[in-house]
Design a protein around this ligand. Structure first.
Ligand code: GLN
Length: 259
């Protein structure tokens, strides 16, 4: 078996170890004998994202987001669509996408910056983001229904954002932030899910210390590609679980939001 992974804008959108997510996807595939190829996609080039099994889109500050937003809105000569439409079509086609923080924000309808500038997003998530007047920084613990069989029931990660994301029309979050702010510090939701596209505020890197999430993405990608229900062989995850638990302990020292 073989997975084609696209790392979207690794030169511009890669903070707090976001690249580690791609490494985790690669390694956890390879350890099971699944071959991988990683393509680094950047501005000024045309991509048909439907050719990828997994697309990863990391976070960055507003300056880089503006450059990337312009690229996603630009016309792709070869595809006769906007670059971003190609990613939207890939999601409709079942491609697996993970967007973190700034990348997540651009997968929604729009991001309104602190200066009032509106950066259009791809509309993959029925959600919008507005810059708030405080930064939300620190470790986060999320309870999620997506990993019923995981040895640990939570996702852990590190957030640093001023953008507040609000989901609309019942769009499903990844889970509920029991420690930390998640999407907006108000409704306790963390992340968003549409088909096989996931958005989250959790840097960290997210996937190495939440290997059950990495495996969910690999499984979904294989199922889309090969059509059968996939059950991945289990791996020895002692170190990953230690990393998860140590982030979780650190998060417990953070003041809790009122419930
Ligand atoms: N610029 C965005 C914000 O602060 C994204 C930051 C990030 O990706 N960490 O809300």
């Amino acid at each position: 078996m073989f997975l084609r992974i696209c790392h979207l804008y690794p030169d511009l959108m890669n903070i707090y170890g976001d690249r580690g997510n791609v490494i985790a996807l690669q390694k956890r595939s390879q350890w099971r004998g699944i071959e991988t190829e990683v393509i680094q996609a950047t501005v000024g080039r045309s991509y048909d994202f439907r050719q990828f099994d997994i697309v990863f889109f990391g976070g960055a500050q507003d300056k880089e987001q503006k450059l990337v937003c312009a690229d996603l809105q630009s016309a792709s000569q070869e595809l006769q669509t906007r670059q971003g439409d190609s990613l939207r079509m890939a999601v409709e086609d079942g491609a697996v996408v993970l967007g973190i923080c700034g990348g997540y924000q651009l997968l929604g309808e729009y991001f309104r910056t602190g200066e009032g500038e509106v950066l259009p997003g791809l509309g993959i998530f029925d959600a919008y983001t507005v810059a708030g007047n405080r930064r939300m920084i620190g470790d986060v613990v999320v309870e999620s229904p997506f990993f019923p069989g995981a040895p640990q029931k939570t996702l852990v990660g590190f957030e640093n954002h001023s953008g507040q994301t609000f989901l609309r029309n019942g769009l499903q979050p990844i889970g509920r932030a029991v420690i930390g702010n998640g999407n907006n510090g108000q409704d306790r939701f963390e992340g968003a899910v549409y088909k096989n596209a996931f958005g989250s505020y959790l840097h960290g890197s997210l996937l190495p210390k939440n290997p059950w999430f990495a495996d969910l993405l690999i499984e979904r990608a294989l199922e889309r590609k090969y059509g059968d229900k996939v059950e991945l062989a289990s791996l020895e995850d002692d170190l990953e679980i230690l990393a998860h638990d140590s982030a979780s302990k650190r998060a417990a020292t953070r003041p809790r939001l009122a419930t």
